[in-house]
Ligand binder design. Structure first.
Ligand code: NAP
Length: 286
């Protein structure tokens, strides 16, 4: 059986979508080649589950070429750090050369050439590169991961969620990393499934105060500049600090955003499971 290549397979700070996709595909009895960044204890855990593990840097064509050899389908993810376009190029070139026919790639809900955060614009460029490669790309444009906010709620004062989101009524679209993975696994496991090249994914729409309450903390509005300085230190890089500062600004400006966001039926349709709620996630973060 040809293996399905899953990148970002060790999981990380954001949604661990790659690790979840590996688990779901193996659970369906499919053969998985898990590409990790470092061959560490997380890689051993993937071997323990039955995955073939390859280690490499997605930005490096000398690593992506062997990883994609003999592969027909793949999941592509790269964290919110520098090097995304480089990694997309090295992945797309190797996938095209290998004759890959289906790639499911994670993108962001508002990806576009004029999107308001630099990372969202990069996601749009990445979508173009994958499309040009002719490798059957499907772009999962996902809302904010529960894990992203839960991480912030666990940081600093344990009883509060300190973010520059303006009034407590400010609304944001959300999704569980597990639901992104379910959709990716559903599409990868069924090559004959009809699927649009762009799939919007939102699992829940909530105010920031309701988010904090569901996570068992209190929301506190903080000045954007102070949050940006804090984020530079916390994430250790300008890339996520810049992206997230702009993202929170968008939500702050849209405010209650009545009618702007809605839960999509795509999670249930492709993932085979109704959207996970934040309350369910909070009870069992996984
Ligand atoms: N966070 C959100 O709210 C959100 C919302 C919508 C869309 N997204 C999108 O979701 C994607 C990230 O999600 P995720 O769940 O995959 O992130 P994640 O949980 O942070 O996992 C990223 C994985 O990529 C690996 N990695 C990092 N640099 C690498 C490199 N140079 N070569 C090979 N592997 C590398 C990491 O390994 P190491 O840990 O060993 O470095 C890690 O295992 C991004 O494209 C982001 O824009 C995020």
């Amino acid at each position: 059986m040809e293996p399905i290549l899953v990148t970002g397979a060790a999981g990380g700070q954001q949604g661990s979508t790659g690790r979840r996709v590996v688990e779901l595909l193996l659970g369906r009895g499919l053969s998985v080649r898990a590409m990790v960044h470092a061959d560490d204890a997380r890689a051993d855990a993937l071997r323990g589950l039955g995955a073939e593990v390859v280690a490499g840097d997605l930005r490096e064509i000398a690593d992506t070429r062997p990883a994609l050899q003999g592969v027909r389908s793949a999941y592509f993810t790269y964290p919110v750090v520098d090097g995304f376009i480089e990694a997309t190029g090295a992945f797309a070139a190797a996938a095209k050369e290998a004759g890959v026919e289906r790639v499911v790639a994670v993108s962001q809900l508002a990806s576009g050439p004029q999107a308001l955060t630099p990372r969202m614009r990069q996601h749009w460029v990445a979508e173009q590169i994958l499309d040009w490669a002719g490798i059957g790309a499907v772009h999962l444009r996902a809302a904010v991961f529960f894990e992203n906010i839960a991480l912030l709620a666990r940081t600093g004062d344990p009883a509060e969620l300190a973010m520059p989101m303006g009034p407590p009524e400010t609304v944001l679209p959300l999704i569980a990393g597990q639901d992104v993975a379910r959709v990716a696994a559903g599409i990868l496991a069924d090559p004959a499934r009809p699927v649009d090249p762009v799939v919007l994914l939102t699992g829940e729409v909530m105010s920031i105060a309701a988010v904090a309450d569901t996570l068992g903390v209190t929301y506190r509005d903080v000045p954007p500049d102070a949050w940006h300085r804090w984020a530079l230190d916390f994430y250790g890089s300008a890339h996520p600090a810049e992206h997230l500062s702009k993202l929170w600004e968008i939500f702050r400006l849209l405010g209650e955003g009545t009618g702007l966001y809605h839960v999509t039926d795509t999670i249930h349709r492709h993932g085979g499971h109704p959207p996970t709620t934040l309350a369910e996630f909070a009870a069992a973060p996984g």
